[in-house]
Design a protein around this ligand. Sequence first.
Ligand code: ZN
Length: 365
Amino acid sequence: MRIKIISGIILLLWMQYSAIAQNKVENIIVVTTDGLRWQELFTGMDTALANNPLYNQHQKDYIYKTYWHADEKERRKKLLPFIWSSFVASGQLYGSRAYQNFVNTANPYWFSYPGYNEMFAGFVDSAINTNSYPDNPNLNVLEFLNSQPGYRGKVAAFGSWEAYDRILRKKTAGYPVIAAFDNIDWKDATYAEKLINQMKQNSYKAEEEFGCMDVFTHFQAMEYLKTRKPKVLYVAYLETDEWAHSKMYRSYLDAAHHVDQWLKQLWDFVQSQPAYRNKTALVITTDHGRGDTNKAEWTSHGSKIVGADQIWFGVMAPGIPAKGEVTTPVQLYQKQIAQTIASLLGKKFTANHPVAPVIVLVNEK
Ligand SMILES: [Zn+2]
C-alpha cells in the first residue's frame, strides 16, 4: 500500500515536470502581499470590521459602496477582480478553509522574516525568530535560480520593506534586490527609474526607512520587467500589513485592491510580449495570516494570535490545469513554495539544508 502511494506520488511529480517542460515555462513572477488574510481573499470585506468606527476610518459608506455585495462570490470579486476572474479562470488558488483546503506556515512564529525565509529557503529555520534578524544564512530559491544556466543575471527582487535586503541577503545575492528606500543605482538607469528614485525619497515615510509605499515598488518592478526582461521577478508588497497594524480597514482593503490591479498590469504586460506570452508562471502568496476568531485581533499576528499561521497560495502557468478555487481537502505548507517555484521552471532546488517537497499541481488521471 505504502509503495503504491509512493509510486503514485512519483508518477504525479513526473507528470508535473513533464507537463511543465512540454509547455516551456521559462519565466516566473512571484508576488507577495504581506499579511493579507485568507478571510478577505475568499470571502471579501468583513462587515464586522467595516461597521466598527475603530477600524473604518469613518468611511463606512465608501467601504460598502466600493466592496460590498450580499453574495460572497461577488463580494470577493469586488475586492479582487483580477484574482477572481482571470487568475482563477486559468490558475489554482489554495487556502479555502471552508473546503478544508488548508495552507499554513510550518514555522511557529507567524510573522514576516520567518515566513519569507520558509517560503524561499523551503524550510523552517527556528533560529530566525525576529524581524531584526541579520543577513539570512540560508540559500533561497531565487539565488539558486540565479546560479542556474540561462538564469544568471536574469533575477531581480523589488520589495517595499527594508528587511528584504537581509531576508534575501542583498550583499551577496548576486542579483538586484531593491528594498524600501534603496535607490536604483545602476549606471544605465532609465529616466523612469531615476524619477521613481526621486519620488520615493521625497515620499511619505511612516517610520524612518522601514517601508516605502507599494506604488513605488510596483512601478520599479514594472519598469525593470519592461526594460530588462528578467526571467525571475519577485515583487513584494507591504501595505496590506501596514494598514492592518494601523487598524485602518478601509486602507487595508484599498491596498489589497491595488495589489489585484497591479497583478493585472503585470499579467497584461506578460501576455502582450512574445518573450513572456504563454511561457510565464505567476505565483501569489503571503507571509502570514492575522487574527479573526477574536475580531479585534485582525490587526495583529504572531504565535499568540489564533489563526495567524493560516495563509493562501496561488499559481497560474502554462501546463498547469485550471482548477480555480481548489475545493479538495489538503494540507499544504509555506515551505513547499520554494521547490514549487523551482519546479515550475523545470528545476530542482537543492541546498545544504532540507527543502520541502513541491505542491502537486497536475491532475490525477
Ligand atoms: Zn505585520
